[in-house]
Ligand binder design. Sequence first.
Ligand SMILES: NC(=O)c1ccc[n+]([C@@H]2O[C@H](COP(=O)([O-])OP(=O)(O)OC[C@H]3O[C@@H](n4cnc5c(N)ncnc54)[C@H](O)[C@@H]3O)[C@@H](O)[C@H]2O)c1
Length: 427
Amino acid sequence: MKKDKIAIIGLGYVGLPLARLFATKFPVVGFDINIDRISELMSGVDSTLEVDNKTLQSVLVDKNCDSNGLFCTNELDEIKDCNYYIITVPTPVDKNNRPILTPLIKASETVGSVLKKGDIVIYESTVYPGATEEDCVPVLEKVSGLEFNKDFYVGYSPERINPGDKEHTVEKILKVTSGSTPEVGEKVNELYKSVITAGTHLAPTIKVAEASKVIENSQRDINIAFVNELAKIFNLMDINTHDVLEAASTKWNFLPFKPGLVGGHCIGVDPYYLAQKSQEFGYNPEIILSGRRMNDSMGEYISSEVIKLMIKKDIRIKDANILILGITFKENCPDVRNTKVVDVISALSEFGVKVKVHDPWADEEEVMNEYGLSSLRALPKDKFDAIILTVAHNEFIGLDFSILKKEKSVIYDVKNILSNDTQDKCL
Ligand SMILES: NC(=O)c1ccc[n+]([C@@H]2O[C@H](COP(=O)([O-])OP(=O)(O)OC[C@H]3O[C@@H](n4cnc5c(N)ncnc54)[C@H](O)[C@@H]3O)[C@@H](O)[C@H]2O)c1
């Protein structure tokens, strides 16, 4: 019997670690439309830093074959003889926060064009309940000319990895699985079970599995929105929010969320997928959307807090030099997608201040292309009227702020990682 062969479609933060993992037990072909990404991966380098180069190189094979290992390509022909297709392409929102399914549809067209009888297509991208069967399956059917649940089958297994987290790597996170029939659910579950050491949970239907993922991120978003609201309230009362949270966290069932900016392509985006589907069913999701509004308001709030502190210290606002420490969407990770630090910068710019950005993790070119901002990897040599620590990169913890601040200056610590002596205020 021929060994299972897996194609992974989309080799980003989710697809590459998964492809690497499966390649330890199966022949895997990684497919991506981005030729630069293919070139870097085939040269043994992962610029997302999710898979270290040595680990990547240990599974790479230089040509498509039927033995274990990973071959990466942008050639459609190379995925023709696979029998599992796992789709891990982006699911962003547009400027009005409506889901963009284009990458999913395009990837489904790609897979549909090589689909054969007996194949199983598994979606991992985060979506609303129903997207796999109602939006993607019709594309697979149309392009392949095959019949769903007779000639080919689908599964859904949401990804739960946390970029930059070297502890909870893909194999160590329990994985939810599902299939379009009970038998296919079992098959999909067995496939993942063979590599995920943390185990699997077979959900009864694809919609349940889809819903489970989108609510994980929506729940985090709402919890953070609640503590962001607390931060605004306690700030008015002149109470330190972190002290309150520390005290409350001594109760066993208090959830230890921290206030902050909610960026990235998951927590700040996925709730809109659920909201959209909910609205299609005629229900307006008040809690989900008010959580989103609260979290999206934090950039402007932080900027106005800093300006108020500067005014209190008699620091001239117009042309003041402000240093932003961190532009990535989270700590110790190079991902700048949908970073909300740009909201802080754009709100500050309205006051006529001059902003410099330093981030040892962010790719300078990517920040320029994405946001039209220059971000420096090297620490600037200037002195600043205000410094805002926006991202808790390890590099910032022991930073000598005395070399960066003017005699009269403000240090605002969004993440509260600096000592009380160093910071003027935290969120
Ligand atoms: N990054 C995370 O932490 C994370 C965690 C859990 C779930 N997710 C979800 O996983 C999905 C993928 O996210 P990601 O962060 O890996 O995205 P990503 O942008 O890092 O990677 C996606 C890759 O897909 C490629 N691609 C786009 N369209 C394609 C197509 N039609 N055919 C082939 N390749 C294509 C892109 O070139 C890119 O390399 C999203 O739905 C996301 O919400 C992400």
